[in-house]
Design a protein. Structure first.
Length: 356
């Protein structure tokens, strides 16, 4: 039985979440909290398997509650937040830095067309989070990332050994994407493309959050964007992001074709397009996430002669996507999150040295 603590200052929202979760035979709602302090206390006394956590609450907000719980009695926390803008949206993503495992929008009314799909997503997320191993975090562990000097630009007339890096992630992935980008210098010589499954409405906030600690510039890709060094291109909401070559230049191809592996954006089309367009000059990376999206595309990159990495099992919130890539033989190497950024810098610098 999966024991769940619901935290929200709105009783109406509590009942709505309960109406979704209580339909599952393997779920048990063990408590309710209307503010972050109550959530901290109940996490210690009830020892739930999963917590759904609101952000904006009286007494103690969701960010502080997440920080306190993860430093004392770690438990998988799913941030369930209203779509907000500016600094409030950043609080939602800072909760990921403090140890929350996923972010979801609050549900709309039961009469909405999307309610059934939302209910399915929430129950699947809760079920996949139960039982994952977490470690205590030190209070105040989040520190600003120091600026990293730019990498040298390729000399005129030279070509880098790698033309593009494609990253795919889902649940538990945003934290690792942030870690990787924070380790890359401004002006990093290889453009990066990212597909990360995330709830509708959070893409713009994620781009802003990633930019805060990133050396390269993070943008949401638009169709036809020319890929440039020192830039990270994030898949737009409800659109596939792929790679194409136009008049010799790499460009982003964005479309709303059918979902792949139930996702739009999907990691698989990105990886497959990268394999076709850049072949041995491509690098593919799959991070934490549910399911197997991206594995087949990563295998295409490997077959084309590119570099392929996956996140290590012990560091993943959910090992589904990397695990599937390993199962089908798509991963050339398994790396800890702290080693991915330095490995990319090494490959980029080696390519420039070899070509100069």
């Amino acid at each position: 039985m999966i024991r769940i603590l619901i935290v929200d200052d709105s009783r109406l929202m509590m009942h709505l979440l309960e109406s979704i979760l209580d339909t599952q035979a393997d779920f048990e709602i063990v408590g309710w909290a209307e503010n972050g302090q109550a959530a901290i206390n109940l996490a210690q006394s009830l020892h739930p398997d999963v917590i759904t956590m609101d952000v904006n609450m009286p007494v103690v907000d969701g960010l502080e509650a997440t920080r306190a719980i993860m430093s004392s009695t770690p438990v998988p926390i799913i941030i369930v937040s209203t779509l907000v803008k500016g600094d409030q949206m950043m609080v939602t993503f800072r909760a990921l830095e403090e140890g929350a495992v996923a972010v979801m929008e609050k549900p709309s009314s039961q009469d909405s067309v999307s309610f059934e799909a939302y209910s399915r997503q929430l129950t699947n997320t809760v079920r996949s989070m139960a039982g994952i191993k977490l470690v205590k975090r030190r209070p105040g562990r989040t520190v600003p990332v120091k600026a990293i000097p730019p990498t040298p630009a390729p000399a005129l007339g030279t070509r880098a050994a790698y033309e593009v890096i494609a990253i795919g992630a889902s649940t538990g992935g945003p934290q690792i994407v942030q870690k990787i980008l924070a380790s890359l210098p401004a002006g990093f010589s290889v453009p990066v493309m990212v597909v990360n499954h995330i709830s509708a409405g959070f893409t713009a906030g994620m781009a802003k959050w990633l930019q805060q600690n990133s050396g390269p510039e993070v943008v949401i890709a638009s169709h036809g964007d020319r890929l440039e060094p020192g830039h990270v291109y994030l898949a737009p909401e409800d659109r596939h992001l792929m790679l194409a070559r136009r008049r010799g230049e790499l460009v982003a191809a964005v479309n709303k074709s059918e979902p792949v592996n139930l996702f739009r954006p999907s990691v698989t089309p990105l990886m497959q397009s990268v394999a076709v367009t850049c072949g041995e000059k491509s690098i593919g990376i799959i991070l934490s996430g549910m399911g197997g999206d991206g594995a087949v595309g990563l295998l295409d990159i490997k077959k084309a002669g590119g570099q392929t990495f996956v996140q290590s099992e012990e560091s993943c919130v959910v090992f589904g996507m990397p695990g599937e890539a390993i199962r089908i033989g798509a991963a050339s190497q398994t790396l800890e999150p702290d080693r991915i950024g330095p490995r990319l810098i090494q490959l980029a610098n080696r390519g420039l040295q070899e070509r100069n």
